[in-house]
Ligand binder design. Structure first.
Ligand SMILES: [Fe+2]
Length: 329
């Protein structure tokens, strides 16, 4: 790869700017950085000159961000956006960057000017970590408030979340699925929402001891649809994109009572038509319900509940996920 490794004198003035500045050649090889860049990132100039500018990528920046950057730069148009990079210490560095292409003779250079977002006024920017934290808290409040009538709810939700995490991670590892960490976090944190639709169910039916009539069962079987409706109404009211992207939560709510053999509800989906996240939460939910004592039913022992899951793999449950679940105990 051709690089001049020489910063033309015409560009030296950029290094005097107060913000962090990085200058590369047309192949994104670093030619120089200023003092602020070194101070903010912790990387010494002498160690990074000649290195590709992408070395501080954290992989938390959206792919679309990189695509839009490449598109603009290809057309030699300046580009601005938000990068999440990593400092030398490993700490994340959220910054707004403007990259300006600069032609001198036949050579093209890129001037990258960073501004740390932590310094911007509060309210303009929310870091990825903060977003995840806020989302998690909101989901928990929503789940608990929808099931507030049941005194054991919070403990049930915490157990479902913890078991979903164990099961999903074990299933991912065992089958080398290489699921995205973001997706897995989303499933784990959304699992507590599976029964929010119970908020719309009459208590007399929900906690009725003994068998339900056909009509009572029909009403209970509406809870996935009611839950998806509650979720959609809530996310419409909240004006943040990260709350609006609720597909995983919606799948869990809608499909956690579908069965592998197509005899579940509300859509009678079969096998892999049922989204993975719902197949996972389904096993965890049944196991927790069986092993918990409620006013209207006794609890089963762990062994008996595991035997039930084993007997029903390939019928009620995804057989591979059921096997992984049993192997956790
Ligand atoms: Fe349910």
């Amino acid at each position: 790869m051709k690089t001049t490794l020489q910063l033309p004198f015409q560009l030296k003035g950029f290094l005097e700017l107060g913000d962090a500045v990085l200058i590369t050649d047309s192949n994104h090889i670093i030619l120089d950085v200023n003092d602020t860049y070194q101070k903010v990132t912790g990387f010494e100039k002498s160690k990074i000159i000649g290195v590709k500018a992408g070395f501080i990528k954290s992989n938390l920046t959206n792919k679309e961000t990189y695509c839009s950057m490449k598109d603009s730069l290809k057309q030699q148009i300046p580009w601005s956006g938000i990068f999440v990079n990593r400092k030398k210490s490993g700490e994340l560095w959220h910054s707004s960057i403007t990259i300006t292409p600069f032609k001198i003779g036949n050579e093209l250079y890129y001037i990258g000017i960073f501004r740390a977002l932590e310094q911007l006024e509060e309210g303009l920017y929310i870091s990825e970590d903060k977003k995840i934290e806020v989302q998690r808290e909101l989901l928990k409040v929503l789940a608990i408030s929808c099931e507030i009538r049941d005194p054991g709810t919070e403990e049930h939700l915490i157990r479902v979340q913890a078991l979903t995490e164990k099961l999903l991670k074990a299933y991912n590892e065992k089958n080398n699925l290489q699921l995205e960490p973001n997706y897995m976090n989303n499933v784990i944190h959304s699992s507590i929402l599976h029964d929010i639709g119970k908020a719309g169910m009459p208590e007399g039916i929900l906690y009725k001891p003994g068998a339900l009539s056909i009509y009572e069962r029909k009403i209970i079987e509406m809870h996935p649809l009611t839950g998806a409706d509650i979720l959609n109404k809530m996310s419409k009211e909240i004006n943040y994109d990260f709350i609006k992207s609720m597909e995983v939560a919606e799948n869990i709510i809608l499909y956690h009572h579908e069965k592998w053999d197509g005899t579940g509800y509300p859509f009678q989906l079969k096998g892999e038509q049922i989204p993975l996240e719902a197949r996972v939460v389904s096993i965890v939910d049944v196991f927790d319900a069986l092993t918990t004592c409620r006013p209207y039913k006794d609890s089963w022992s762990e062994e008996k509940a595991l035997a039930f899951i084993d007997e029903n793999k390939g019928k009620h449950f995804d057989p591979l996920i059921a096997e992984t679940f049993i192997s956790l105990f």
